[in-house]
Structure formats: structure tokens, C-alpha cells
Write a protein that binds this ligand. Structure first.
Ligand SMILES: [Mg+2]
Length: 116
């Protein structure tokens, strides 16, 4: 499927992880707790102001604490999801390892070795 065909079905969006990516995380402190904002928050705020579709991509349930945190630190409540679709054009995450498209090879071998 070409990207132009894909886009008929899914709007393009950017997924951003919450814990350890947008918000400081050291250990689970309960569903009501979301950590302090990381410096990435300023970029996300700008993307949202620029009209990009940015979504919180998290394994957490969509707890009201996440919506409150978004409103306070991002200026608006972003969509919260744990599901990706073909419209997701980028994913920012503290655990993901970037793989070069169609190669199966990571951008950095050291990231993979760090897992072992
Ligand atoms: Mg994380």
C-alpha cells in the first residue's frame, strides 16, 4: 500500500510514550501519579501548537491523571492510545530501538548489545 493510499484510511500522527519519555519515571507509584515533565515536553507543545496530531502512546489505562497531566504540561488533553495503525508516522519511546526500514537492522548496534 502506498503512503497516499494509507492516508485515505488513517490520518498521520506521532505517538509519544509517557513514562520515561515525556514524564520522569523511576518506578510505579500508582495510577494517579505521572512524573515531572522531561525536556521533550517543549517540543511536543510546539508540535501541538503547529497543528500536528500527537497522541500519548502508553501501556497505561487512560486514567484521568494522564489527561490532567496533559492539560497542565502540554496545554491540552491529547488522545491516549495503546494501539498503533498505519497513520503513525513516528514513535518516540525510551524503550524502543530504531530499526532501519526494511532491513531488520538497528540504527545503533550498541542499543541492541545493551539489552544482552
Ligand atoms: Mg516508557
Amino acid at each position: 500500500m502506498t503512503s497516499s493510499v494509507k492516508n485515505k484510511y488513517h490520518a498521520q500522527w506521532i505517538g509519544v510514550d509517557l513514562d520515561g519519555t515525556l514524564a520522569y519515571y523511576d518506578h510505579y507509584r500508582g495510577d494517579n501519579h505521572v512524573g515531572a515533565p522531561t525536556p521533550l515536553v517543549s517540543s511536543v507543545r510546539q508540535w501541538v501548537q503547529d497543528g500536528l496530531d500527537v497522541r500519548i502512546f502508553t501501556a497505561r489505562k487512560p486514567h484521568p491523571a494522564i489527561r490532567r497531566w496533559c492539560k497542565e504540561h502540554l496545554g491540552k488533553v491529547l488522545p491516549i492510545t495503546s494501539t498503533k495503525d498505519s497513520g503513525m508516522i513516528a514513535f518516540l519511546d525510551d524503550r524502543a530501538i530504531g530499526i532501519r526500514h526494511n532491513t531488520g537492522k538497528p540504527y545503533s548496534e550498541s542499543n541492541v548489545k545493551d539489552l544482552l
